[in-house]
Design a protein around this ligand. Structure first.
Ligand code: NAD
Length: 353
């Protein structure tokens, strides 16, 4: 009977198939009459189709979103926004594109309509990571929270198989940590459990058939719930390790989450019986950390940090960096045990719990 605080974030979410047809109406609702569309180079063609759909409500496409939100790219996007007299943003893509839209909103408070195409979940959070040179900084601001999110399952049908798995694991990580974060609360735990259940149900089906529409629906629905957990909830050991490893060895975001999550969950398991009960229910397995590991491996995702290029000598550096500025964690950071899970994640050992 713990005391808790729940802070909800404003969100307007449209979810389903073909929901992109609602885009113009949603722009009208936000009084956007001149939208600039954001994509990465890889999704520029789809962005052009969105721009065509918008007709005179669209003023251009900025197709240069890239990983880690470099501030010089944001600067170029802002220049285009101003030159074209834009009054709103349409972000079409994964976390990198959505982050670019958020970075613009941080600077000019432009309203954002987001069409997510991966499961990373940035659309539901007031969090923005940016890089200048080699320096990455992360901030939280209500200013960057998108006003409207249109989840159109159709846009996830093109998600490559590997990214389907790694992006799903990234989503599950948000939910897992929200269940045992310092500000955990029953509402977020409900969403987290249901989010994990939906994503875990979808993954084996998507492994069999990437075009399974009902599984794609489940995966995106689950990812939305998991993203909501990240937006309102907190993080702990898992996110700390991913930040340390990603920052120290320049490892890819979703793959790093995929590899680390089973080990972080196994480490925390003895301290979080409620989370473990929910994870057992959500995964249908007595050993949820091992099940997450299996789902990743069976889906063809990397399960060892060494396969992402991290050197073995980096294990000690990762331990030291983790202890330099530790996050809240339900189980205290124990040096030997943390070293062990980093070493297990490096070598790709299957966790036992
Ligand atoms: P991403 O956005 O970098 O996308 C990777 C590549 O996949 C890109 O080329 C993209 O265009 C392509 N892609 C995306 N969806 C596709 C689809 N449906 N079909 C074909 N190609 C597609 O990767 P991501 O994993 O979505 O996002 C990762 C980034 O998001 C990281 O930088 C991470 O830090 C950030 N992130 C931020 C938050 C937050 O709250 N601020 C939350 C989660 C992730």
């Amino acid at each position: 009977m713990k005391t808790f605080t729940y802070t909800g974030l404003p969100a307007r979410v449209i979810f389903g198939f073909n929901t992109t047809s609602r885009l113009e109406t949603e722009l009208d609702n936000l009084s956007i009459s001149r939208a600039l569309v954001m994509t990465t180079p890889l999704q520029a063609e789809a962005g052009r189709r969105i721009l065509e759909q918008l007709g005179d409500k669209g003023v251009g496409l900025f197709p240069d979103a890239s990983m880690h939100t470099p501030v010089d790219v944001t600067g170029r996007a802002l220049d285009q926004f101003e030159e074209r007299g834009a009054d709103g943003i349409v972000s079409f893509g994964g976390g990198s594109t959505i982050n670019l839209g958020k970075a613009i909103a941080l600077r000019n408070d432009a309203p954002q309509v987001v069409l997510p195409t991966s499961y990373a979940g940035s659309e539901m959070t007031p969090i923005l990571g940016q890089t200048e040179g080699n320096l990455k900084t992360t901030l939280r601001s209500d200013r960057v929270l998108p006003e409207t999110v249109i989840y159109d399952v159709n846009h996830t049908m093109t998600l490559p198989s590997l990214m389907t798995v790694t992006s799903s694991m990234n989503a599950i990580a948000h939910a897992v940590e929200a269940m045992y974060a310092e500000n955990a609360n029953p509402l977020l735990s409900l969403m987290a459990e249901e989010g994990v259940r939906a994503v875990v149900r979808a993954l084996p089906k998507l492994r069999e058939n990437r075009d399974d529409k009902s599984a794609r629906y489940d995966a995106l629905y689950g990812a939305w719930l998991c993203a909501t957990c990240l937006g309102s909830g907190g993080v702990a050991l898992h996110h700390k390790l991913c930040h340390v490893l990603g920052g120290s060895f320049n490892l890819p975001h979703a793959e790093t989450h995929t590899i680390v999550l089973p080990h972080a969950l196994a480490y925390n398991a003895p301290a979080v019986p409620d989370t473990m009960m929910r994870m057992r229910r959500a995964t249908g397995s007595g050993t949820p950390a091992a099940t997450l590991f299996d789902l990743a491996r069976q889906g063809g995702a990397p399960v060892a940090l060494k396969d992402l290029g991290m050197p073995e000598s980096g294990i000690e550096l990762a331990v030291e960096t983790t202890f330099r500025n530790p996050y809240y964690n339900p189980r205290p950071f124990e040096r030997d045990a943390i070293r062990e899970i980093i070493a297990d994640a490096w070598s790709g050992k299957r966790p036992g719990r």
